[in-house]
Design a protein around this ligand. Structure first.
Ligand code: MRU
Length: 377
Protein backbone atom coordinates (compact mmCIF):
# COMPACT_ATOMS: atom_id res chain seq x y z
CA UNK A 1 0.00 0.00 0.00
CA UNK A 2 1.24 3.46 -0.79
CA UNK A 3 1.57 5.89 2.07
CA UNK A 4 1.99 9.61 1.65
CA UNK A 5 3.78 11.24 4.57
CA UNK A 6 4.78 14.89 4.40
CA UNK A 7 4.26 14.94 0.64
CA UNK A 8 6.35 11.79 -0.08
CA UNK A 9 4.65 8.65 -1.35
CA UNK A 10 6.22 5.23 -0.73
CA UNK A 11 5.07 1.64 -0.74
CA UNK A 12 5.09 -0.06 2.66
CA UNK A 13 4.29 -3.46 4.01
CA UNK A 14 2.81 -3.52 7.50
CA UNK A 15 5.28 -6.24 8.54
CA UNK A 16 8.71 -6.99 7.06
CA UNK A 17 12.04 -8.43 8.16
CA UNK A 18 15.56 -7.01 8.30
CA UNK A 19 17.77 -10.08 7.92
CA UNK A 20 21.03 -8.20 8.54
CA UNK A 21 19.81 -6.92 11.93
CA UNK A 22 17.59 -9.95 12.65
CA UNK A 23 14.72 -7.58 13.39
CA UNK A 24 11.02 -7.66 12.62
CA UNK A 25 10.04 -4.28 11.14
CA UNK A 26 6.57 -2.99 12.01
CA UNK A 27 4.47 0.06 11.33
CA UNK A 28 3.83 1.48 14.84
CA UNK A 29 0.02 1.38 14.66
CA UNK A 30 -0.61 2.94 18.07
CA UNK A 31 0.62 6.26 16.73
CA UNK A 32 -1.64 6.33 13.68
CA UNK A 33 -3.25 8.38 12.26
CA UNK A 34 -1.29 11.17 13.95
CA UNK A 35 2.24 9.97 13.24
CA UNK A 36 3.75 7.42 10.84
CA UNK A 37 6.73 5.47 12.14
CA UNK A 38 8.38 2.12 11.40
CA UNK A 39 10.03 0.33 14.33
CA UNK A 40 12.24 -2.76 14.67
CA UNK A 41 12.06 -5.39 17.44
CA UNK A 42 15.45 -6.42 18.79
CA UNK A 43 14.56 -10.05 19.70
CA UNK A 44 11.66 -12.48 19.73
CA UNK A 45 10.54 -11.39 23.21
CA UNK A 46 10.31 -7.79 22.01
CA UNK A 47 8.34 -9.06 19.00
CA UNK A 48 5.88 -10.80 21.34
CA UNK A 49 5.54 -7.59 23.38
CA UNK A 50 4.84 -5.63 20.16
CA UNK A 51 2.00 -8.05 19.39
CA UNK A 52 0.66 -7.99 22.96
CA UNK A 53 0.77 -4.20 23.20
CA UNK A 54 -0.67 -3.77 19.71
CA UNK A 55 2.20 -1.97 18.03
CA UNK A 56 1.06 -4.40 15.35
CA UNK A 57 -2.46 -5.82 15.32
CA UNK A 58 -4.92 -7.47 12.95
CA UNK A 59 -5.09 -11.17 12.21
CA UNK A 60 -2.82 -11.49 9.17
CA UNK A 61 -0.35 -8.89 10.41
CA UNK A 62 0.17 -10.65 13.74
CA UNK A 63 0.35 -13.94 11.80
CA UNK A 64 3.24 -12.63 9.70
CA UNK A 65 4.82 -11.04 12.78
CA UNK A 66 4.69 -14.36 14.63
CA UNK A 67 6.16 -16.18 11.60
CA UNK A 68 9.03 -13.69 11.37
CA UNK A 69 9.36 -13.68 15.18
CA UNK A 70 9.81 -17.45 15.16
CA UNK A 71 12.48 -17.13 12.47
CA UNK A 72 14.08 -14.29 14.44
CA UNK A 73 14.20 -16.42 17.60
CA UNK A 74 15.54 -19.43 15.68
CA UNK A 75 18.26 -17.34 14.01
CA UNK A 76 19.39 -15.93 17.36
CA UNK A 77 20.29 -19.44 18.62
CA UNK A 78 24.03 -20.06 18.88
CA UNK A 79 25.35 -23.62 18.68
CA UNK A 80 24.90 -26.84 16.72
CA UNK A 81 22.99 -29.03 19.15
CA UNK A 82 19.69 -29.81 17.39
CA UNK A 83 17.86 -30.96 20.54
CA UNK A 84 18.75 -27.75 22.40
CA UNK A 85 17.79 -25.74 19.32
CA UNK A 86 14.38 -27.41 19.15
CA UNK A 87 13.73 -26.76 22.85
CA UNK A 88 14.62 -23.10 22.25
CA UNK A 89 12.28 -22.91 19.23
CA UNK A 90 9.47 -24.32 21.38
CA UNK A 91 9.97 -21.49 23.90
CA UNK A 92 9.88 -18.94 21.06
CA UNK A 93 6.70 -20.55 19.67
CA UNK A 94 4.88 -20.48 23.03
CA UNK A 95 5.98 -16.90 23.81
CA UNK A 96 4.63 -15.62 20.50
CA UNK A 97 1.47 -17.74 20.69
CA UNK A 98 0.53 -16.38 24.11
CA UNK A 99 0.91 -12.73 23.04
CA UNK A 100 -2.68 -12.61 21.71
CA UNK A 101 -4.98 -15.59 22.03
CA UNK A 102 -8.08 -14.98 19.87
CA UNK A 103 -6.62 -14.78 16.35
CA UNK A 104 -5.59 -18.16 14.98
CA UNK A 105 -3.31 -16.74 12.25
CA UNK A 106 -0.17 -16.58 14.46
CA UNK A 107 -0.50 -20.27 15.33
CA UNK A 108 -1.24 -21.29 11.74
CA UNK A 109 1.67 -19.16 10.50
CA UNK A 110 4.15 -20.58 13.03
CA UNK A 111 3.02 -24.15 12.33
CA UNK A 112 3.79 -23.49 8.64
CA UNK A 113 7.26 -22.27 9.61
CA UNK A 114 7.92 -25.26 11.87
CA UNK A 115 6.78 -27.69 9.17
CA UNK A 116 9.20 -26.10 6.71
CA UNK A 117 12.03 -26.18 9.27
CA UNK A 118 11.64 -29.91 9.81
CA UNK A 119 13.16 -30.52 6.35
CA UNK A 120 16.52 -29.22 7.66
CA UNK A 121 19.01 -31.59 9.27
CA UNK A 122 21.26 -29.00 10.95
CA UNK A 123 20.62 -25.90 13.04
CA UNK A 124 21.91 -23.68 10.24
CA UNK A 125 19.65 -25.32 7.67
CA UNK A 126 16.61 -25.00 9.92
CA UNK A 127 17.39 -21.34 10.61
CA UNK A 128 17.53 -20.60 6.90
CA UNK A 129 14.34 -22.57 6.24
CA UNK A 130 12.55 -20.69 9.03
CA UNK A 131 13.22 -17.31 7.47
CA UNK A 132 12.29 -18.51 3.98
CA UNK A 133 9.01 -19.96 5.30
CA UNK A 134 8.16 -16.76 7.21
CA UNK A 135 8.78 -14.69 4.07
CA UNK A 136 6.63 -17.14 2.13
CA UNK A 137 3.80 -16.73 4.65
CA UNK A 138 4.02 -12.94 4.30
CA UNK A 139 3.98 -13.11 0.48
CA UNK A 140 1.09 -15.55 0.53
CA UNK A 141 -0.86 -13.23 2.82
CA UNK A 142 -0.54 -10.49 0.19
CA UNK A 143 -1.54 -12.88 -2.61
CA UNK A 144 -4.58 -14.06 -0.62
CA UNK A 145 -5.71 -10.50 -0.01
CA UNK A 146 -5.34 -9.73 -3.70
CA UNK A 147 -7.48 -12.75 -4.63
CA UNK A 148 -10.09 -11.78 -2.01
CA UNK A 149 -10.26 -8.39 -3.75
CA UNK A 150 -10.86 -10.00 -7.13
CA UNK A 151 -13.67 -12.22 -5.80
CA UNK A 152 -15.24 -9.57 -3.60
CA UNK A 153 -15.12 -6.58 -5.94
CA UNK A 154 -18.26 -7.70 -7.78
CA UNK A 155 -20.27 -7.22 -4.57
CA UNK A 156 -19.63 -3.46 -4.70
CA UNK A 157 -21.68 -1.73 -7.38
CA UNK A 158 -21.72 1.93 -8.35
CA UNK A 159 -23.35 4.15 -5.74
CA UNK A 160 -23.27 1.61 -2.92
CA UNK A 161 -22.79 2.50 0.72
CA UNK A 162 -20.64 -0.10 2.47
CA UNK A 163 -20.24 -0.53 6.22
CA UNK A 164 -17.08 -2.01 7.75
CA UNK A 165 -16.13 -2.66 11.35
CA UNK A 166 -12.74 -2.27 13.04
CA UNK A 167 -9.75 -2.52 10.71
CA UNK A 168 -9.42 -5.48 8.38
CA UNK A 169 -7.41 -3.31 6.01
CA UNK A 170 -3.80 -3.37 4.90
CA UNK A 171 -2.66 -2.47 8.39
CA UNK A 172 -4.29 -5.68 9.65
CA UNK A 173 -2.42 -7.76 7.05
CA UNK A 174 0.91 -7.58 5.29
CA UNK A 175 -0.69 -5.47 2.56
CA UNK A 176 -4.09 -4.72 0.90
CA UNK A 177 -6.30 -6.17 3.68
CA UNK A 178 -9.32 -8.46 3.52
CA UNK A 179 -12.49 -6.39 4.13
CA UNK A 180 -10.87 -3.52 2.25
CA UNK A 181 -9.59 -5.66 -0.64
CA UNK A 182 -12.93 -5.66 -2.51
CA UNK A 183 -13.11 -1.90 -1.96
CA UNK A 184 -9.66 -1.28 -3.42
CA UNK A 185 -10.40 -3.62 -6.35
CA UNK A 186 -13.75 -1.88 -7.00
CA UNK A 187 -11.99 1.49 -6.85
CA UNK A 188 -9.39 0.26 -9.35
CA UNK A 189 -12.27 -0.82 -11.62
CA UNK A 190 -13.52 2.79 -11.55
CA UNK A 191 -16.59 2.25 -9.36
CA UNK A 192 -17.89 5.03 -7.11
CA UNK A 193 -19.00 4.02 -3.63
CA UNK A 194 -18.95 5.30 -0.06
CA UNK A 195 -17.67 3.54 3.05
CA UNK A 196 -18.94 3.97 6.60
CA UNK A 197 -16.25 3.06 9.14
CA UNK A 198 -17.59 2.02 12.51
CA UNK A 199 -15.60 3.93 15.09
CA UNK A 200 -14.98 0.58 16.91
CA UNK A 201 -14.71 1.47 20.55
CA UNK A 202 -12.92 0.89 22.77
CA UNK A 203 -9.66 1.14 20.76
CA UNK A 204 -11.21 2.96 17.80
CA UNK A 205 -9.43 1.03 15.05
CA UNK A 206 -12.17 2.11 12.60
CA UNK A 207 -11.87 5.81 13.41
CA UNK A 208 -8.07 5.80 13.48
CA UNK A 209 -6.76 3.05 11.18
CA UNK A 210 -9.46 2.27 8.61
CA UNK A 211 -10.30 5.93 8.13
CA UNK A 212 -6.59 6.76 7.70
CA UNK A 213 -6.13 3.97 5.16
CA UNK A 214 -9.18 4.97 3.13
CA UNK A 215 -8.04 8.59 3.19
CA UNK A 216 -4.57 7.54 1.98
CA UNK A 217 -6.23 5.55 -0.79
CA UNK A 218 -8.68 8.32 -1.74
CA UNK A 219 -11.81 6.26 -0.98
CA UNK A 220 -14.90 8.28 -0.06
CA UNK A 221 -15.71 7.53 3.58
CA UNK A 222 -17.11 8.76 6.88
CA UNK A 223 -16.65 7.55 10.44
CA UNK A 224 -19.81 6.71 12.34
CA UNK A 225 -20.34 6.09 16.04
CA UNK A 226 -20.75 2.38 16.74
CA UNK A 227 -24.34 3.00 17.77
CA UNK A 228 -25.29 4.75 14.52
CA UNK A 229 -25.28 1.75 12.18
CA UNK A 230 -28.76 0.49 13.11
CA UNK A 231 -30.33 3.87 12.42
CA UNK A 232 -28.55 4.22 9.07
CA UNK A 233 -29.67 0.71 8.10
CA UNK A 234 -33.25 1.53 9.06
CA UNK A 235 -33.08 4.64 6.87
CA UNK A 236 -31.83 2.57 3.92
CA UNK A 237 -28.40 4.23 3.92
CA UNK A 238 -26.30 1.06 4.09
CA UNK A 239 -26.35 -1.47 1.23
CA UNK A 240 -23.63 -3.93 2.19
CA UNK A 241 -21.49 -4.93 5.17
CA UNK A 242 -17.98 -6.38 4.82
CA UNK A 243 -15.88 -7.25 7.87
CA UNK A 244 -12.77 -9.32 8.59
CA UNK A 245 -12.24 -12.11 11.09
CA UNK A 246 -9.66 -13.19 13.63
CA UNK A 247 -10.75 -16.83 13.66
CA UNK A 248 -13.35 -18.54 11.50
CA UNK A 249 -14.30 -22.09 12.32
CA UNK A 250 -13.99 -24.30 9.25
CA UNK A 251 -16.32 -26.90 10.75
CA UNK A 252 -19.21 -24.60 11.76
CA UNK A 253 -18.78 -21.31 9.88
CA UNK A 254 -18.78 -19.29 13.13
CA UNK A 255 -16.81 -16.06 12.90
CA UNK A 256 -14.86 -14.42 15.72
CA UNK A 257 -14.17 -10.78 15.02
CA UNK A 258 -13.77 -7.46 16.83
CA UNK A 259 -16.35 -6.80 19.53
CA UNK A 260 -19.48 -5.30 17.97
CA UNK A 261 -19.42 -7.43 14.83
CA UNK A 262 -22.18 -9.72 16.11
CA UNK A 263 -24.41 -6.70 16.80
CA UNK A 264 -23.90 -5.46 13.23
CA UNK A 265 -24.71 -8.89 11.83
CA UNK A 266 -27.97 -9.03 13.79
CA UNK A 267 -28.88 -5.56 12.54
CA UNK A 268 -27.99 -6.44 8.94
CA UNK A 269 -30.20 -9.55 9.09
CA UNK A 270 -33.08 -7.50 10.51
CA UNK A 271 -32.80 -5.05 7.60
CA UNK A 272 -32.12 -7.59 4.83
CA UNK A 273 -28.62 -6.22 4.16
CA UNK A 274 -25.97 -8.66 2.88
CA UNK A 275 -23.27 -9.33 5.48
CA UNK A 276 -19.93 -10.68 4.23
CA UNK A 277 -16.76 -11.77 6.02
CA UNK A 278 -13.43 -11.64 4.14
CA UNK A 279 -10.63 -14.01 5.23
CA UNK A 280 -7.38 -15.53 4.02
CA UNK A 281 -6.76 -19.23 4.56
CA UNK A 282 -4.67 -18.58 7.67
CA UNK A 283 -7.74 -17.29 9.56
CA UNK A 284 -9.52 -20.64 9.34
CA UNK A 285 -9.41 -22.90 12.38
CA UNK A 286 -10.13 -26.42 11.12
CA UNK A 287 -9.90 -28.10 14.54
CA UNK A 288 -12.29 -26.29 16.85
CA UNK A 289 -15.81 -27.67 16.96
CA UNK A 290 -17.72 -24.79 18.56
CA UNK A 291 -17.46 -21.01 18.69
CA UNK A 292 -17.91 -21.30 22.47
CA UNK A 293 -14.37 -22.73 22.57
CA UNK A 294 -12.72 -19.64 21.01
CA UNK A 295 -10.48 -17.93 23.58
CA UNK A 296 -11.82 -14.39 23.77
CA UNK A 297 -9.25 -11.88 24.90
CA UNK A 298 -10.29 -9.77 27.91
CA UNK A 299 -8.38 -6.51 27.67
CA UNK A 300 -7.56 -3.76 30.16
CA UNK A 301 -10.54 -1.86 31.54
CA UNK A 302 -8.62 1.37 30.83
CA UNK A 303 -9.55 1.00 27.16
CA UNK A 304 -13.24 1.33 28.05
CA UNK A 305 -12.83 3.90 30.80
CA UNK A 306 -10.92 6.36 28.65
CA UNK A 307 -9.36 6.94 25.25
CA UNK A 308 -6.02 7.68 23.60
CA UNK A 309 -5.59 10.56 21.19
CA UNK A 310 -3.57 13.67 20.57
CA UNK A 311 -4.08 17.01 22.23
CA UNK A 312 -6.08 18.95 19.70
CA UNK A 313 -5.54 22.59 20.56
CA UNK A 314 -2.70 24.74 21.81
CA UNK A 315 -2.68 24.71 25.59
CA UNK A 316 -2.62 27.81 27.71
CA UNK A 317 0.78 29.15 28.75
CA UNK A 318 2.27 27.20 31.65
CA UNK A 319 0.35 23.98 30.93
CA UNK A 320 2.44 20.89 30.30
CA UNK A 321 0.81 19.23 27.30
CA UNK A 322 1.29 20.77 23.89
CA UNK A 323 -0.95 20.44 20.88
CA UNK A 324 -0.12 17.24 18.95
CA UNK A 325 1.11 15.32 22.01
CA UNK A 326 -0.26 11.81 22.52
CA UNK A 327 -2.39 11.56 25.64
CA UNK A 328 -4.78 9.25 27.49
CA UNK A 329 -7.96 10.91 28.69
CA UNK A 330 -10.11 9.38 31.41
CA UNK A 331 -13.74 9.65 30.33
CA UNK A 332 -15.69 7.43 32.71
CA UNK A 333 -16.72 7.95 36.29
CA UNK A 334 -13.49 7.64 38.34
CA UNK A 335 -14.84 5.08 40.81
CA UNK A 336 -16.33 2.70 38.19
CA UNK A 337 -14.72 -0.39 36.70
CA UNK A 338 -15.32 -1.90 33.26
CA UNK A 339 -15.61 -5.19 31.37
CA UNK A 340 -13.69 -5.37 28.08
CA UNK A 341 -14.08 -8.49 25.91
CA UNK A 342 -12.11 -7.78 22.72
CA UNK A 343 -14.02 -10.02 20.31
CA UNK A 344 -17.38 -11.66 19.74
CA UNK A 345 -18.65 -14.62 17.74
CA UNK A 346 -21.17 -14.33 14.90
CA UNK A 347 -23.18 -17.44 14.03
CA UNK A 348 -23.28 -18.67 10.41
CA UNK A 349 -27.00 -17.98 9.91
CA UNK A 350 -26.31 -14.23 10.09
CA UNK A 351 -23.58 -14.37 7.42
CA UNK A 352 -24.40 -14.09 3.72
CA UNK A 353 -21.01 -15.28 2.53
CA UNK A 354 -17.34 -15.74 3.34
CA UNK A 355 -15.03 -14.13 0.79
CA UNK A 356 -11.91 -16.27 0.55
CA UNK A 357 -8.97 -16.32 -1.89
CA UNK A 358 -10.68 -19.30 -3.56
CA UNK A 359 -14.10 -17.72 -4.00
CA UNK A 360 -17.19 -16.77 -2.00
CA UNK A 361 -18.78 -19.54 0.06
CA UNK A 362 -21.69 -19.89 2.48
CA UNK A 363 -20.24 -20.26 6.00
CA UNK A 364 -21.63 -23.80 6.22
CA UNK A 365 -19.79 -24.75 2.99
CA UNK A 366 -16.26 -24.12 4.25
CA UNK A 367 -15.83 -27.69 5.41
CA UNK A 368 -17.00 -29.05 2.03
CA UNK A 369 -14.36 -26.87 0.30
CA UNK A 370 -11.62 -27.55 2.89
CA UNK A 371 -9.18 -29.10 0.43
CA UNK A 372 -8.98 -26.02 -1.77
CA UNK A 373 -8.91 -23.80 1.35
CA UNK A 374 -5.84 -25.59 2.71
CA UNK A 375 -7.74 -27.63 5.32
CA UNK A 376 -7.44 -31.26 6.40
CA UNK A 377 -8.28 -34.27 4.21
O1 MRU B 1 -7.70 -6.15 18.27
P1 MRU B 1 -7.27 -6.05 16.85
O2 MRU B 1 -7.22 -4.68 16.31
O3 MRU B 1 -6.05 -6.87 16.56
O4 MRU B 1 -8.45 -6.81 16.17
C1 MRU B 1 -8.32 -7.38 14.99
C2 MRU B 1 -9.15 -6.65 14.05
O5 MRU B 1 -8.74 -5.63 13.55
C3 MRU B 1 -10.46 -7.08 13.72
O6 MRU B 1 -11.09 -7.93 14.52
C4 MRU B 1 -10.57 -7.28 12.25
O7 MRU B 1 -11.83 -6.98 11.89
C5 MRU B 1 -10.14 -8.62 11.81
S1 MRU B 1 -8.45 -8.78 11.74
C6 MRU B 1 -8.20 -8.83 10.12
Amino acid sequence: MNVTVRGRTRHYRTVSFDAAKNQVRLIEQRLLPHAFKVVGTRDFRATAVAVRDMVVRGAGAIGATAAYGLAQGARAFRGKDLAKFQAHVEVVFQTLKEARPTAVDPVNAMLDVRRAMSAGTTVAEQQALALAAAAHFADEDVAHCEAIGQHGAKLIRDGMRVLTHCNAGWLAFVDIGTATAPMYAAQAAGRQFHVFCDETRPRSQGATLTAWELAQQGVSHQIIADNAAGFLMWRGEIDLVIVGSDRTLGRTGEVANKIGTYTKAVLAKRHGIPFYVAIPRSTIDWQMKSGRGIPIEERSENEVLGAWGVVARQKEKGERQKSGERAYVRVANPTSGARNPGFDVTPPELITGIITPEGIFKPGELWKHRRKLGGPK
